[in-house]
Design a protein around this ligand. Sequence first.
Ligand code: HEM
Ligand SMILES: *[C@@H]1O[C@H](CO)[C@@H](O)[C@H](O)[C@H]1NC(C)=O
Ligand SMILES: *[C@@H]1O[C@H](CO)[C@@H](O)[C@H](O)[C@H]1NC(C)=O
Ligand SMILES: *[C@@H]1O[C@H](CO)[C@@H](O)[C@H](O)[C@H]1NC(C)=O
Ligand SMILES: *[C@@H]1O[C@H](CO)[C@@H](O)[C@H](O)[C@H]1NC(C)=O
Length: 323
Amino acid sequence: MNPLFIFLLPIALVSAQDLRVGFYNSSCPQAEPIVKAVVQKHFGTDPSIAAGLLRLYFHDCFVRGCDASILIDSTEKARSERFAGTNRSLRGLDIIDEAKSNLEARCPSTVSCADIIALATRDAVVLAGGLGYDVPTGRRDGLRSEVKDVRGIPGPMDTIPQAIQDFARKGLTVKDMVVLLGAHSIGVTHCGGFRTRLLRSPSTGKFFGPTMDTSLRAKLQQACGNSSIQLENEPTVSFDQNTPMAIDNRFYSELLHSRGVLEFDQMLALDNSTKGIVEHLASDNDGFLKKFADAMVKLGNVEVLVGSEGEIRKKCNVFNMPS
Ligand code: HEM
Ligand SMILES: *[C@@H]1O[C@H](CO)[C@@H](O)[C@H](O)[C@H]1NC(C)=O
Ligand SMILES: *[C@@H]1O[C@H](CO)[C@@H](O)[C@H](O)[C@H]1NC(C)=O
Ligand SMILES: *[C@@H]1O[C@H](CO)[C@@H](O)[C@H](O)[C@H]1NC(C)=O
Ligand SMILES: *[C@@H]1O[C@H](CO)[C@@H](O)[C@H](O)[C@H]1NC(C)=O
């Protein structure tokens, strides 16, 4: 056998092909309805949890794949992924924990926390006005969660080419990236994520960064004031000033009018490699919603554990056998 072939074979065997829609059909037929009920309950009292779950899914999948490593508690000995700066304001972990405990009561040690994140995120997308989609399941939970593994999650000051590389490393295209950024059609950012854009350069007297619509800047200045860059109690503002609770393509039209809040988001409408995609998405909401659903499934395939890899956690915030 060609040595190259031998090398490639194991990789092919653990591909996302092993995820299947309805993986729990016989082992836990109530799995998906149980997750959905918990998400619906929380959304009923706080619709902003949809944004929290979306971001949690992204941050889980971008570090060691979609393996629920983001849910692990830090201990004295081991600082988990959630200790990283990018964990800032992650929300929705309690929803995953609640779904897990309901599932353990019905079908113990069967449904992975990684699948719960993927299913709960889909349910949140639907509640926030996105299109429904089938979630392939069968993920296993990871055995490692280390703060030092957290890299490659783009930050608000990253350049578009840097982010394109981060996504490419996860097998995601430029198009996937721009479509997934449609997640910023809901949710909020702290003022620290864009504060430099409210400041003038002492040398040129111009505002830092790409052009921002004057009325948006006035609004952001009022919301953020001069509060120093403090993690706690820092004000937040919606990414999408018009339809902040709905997943829709309005976010992209805003970018075309210099009304993006994060510098990164605004650059999507300016960079040559992404602006055509932004224009296209801005012109077709149905097309955007369909592409968003497809891209969410693709994000959920990133570096998943399947078969007998990893474990099925009993509690999502701790490994079954803490080391
Ligand atoms: C390249 C890319 C990205 C950058 C630079 C970025 C950056 C950010 C920043 C700075 C925040 C605000 C955090 C805070 O201050 O609390 C945020 C929030 C958020 N991000 Fe992203 N993000 C990116 C990609 C994504 C992707 C791919 C998704 C999901 C598919 C996503 C979903 C969200 C959501 C829903 C929120 C709001 C969270 C909430 O309201 O609690 N982001 N992002
Ligand atoms: C589970 O059931 C659904 C709906 O009946 C079906 O579409 C899917 O293929 C089934 N999946 C498995 C793995 O049996
Ligand atoms: C994020 O990390 C900080 C420590 O850096 C910790 O205090 C906080 O609880 C973490 N947040 C979450 C949601 O785990
Ligand atoms: C905010 O900063 C501006 C300019 O630096 C200053 O004139 C103003 O008094 C400050 N406002 C507050 C509330 O600190
Ligand atoms: C983008 O394209 C325009 C026109 O095609 C060109 O003038 C400009 O230099 C390009 N910008 C970058 C950053 O490549």
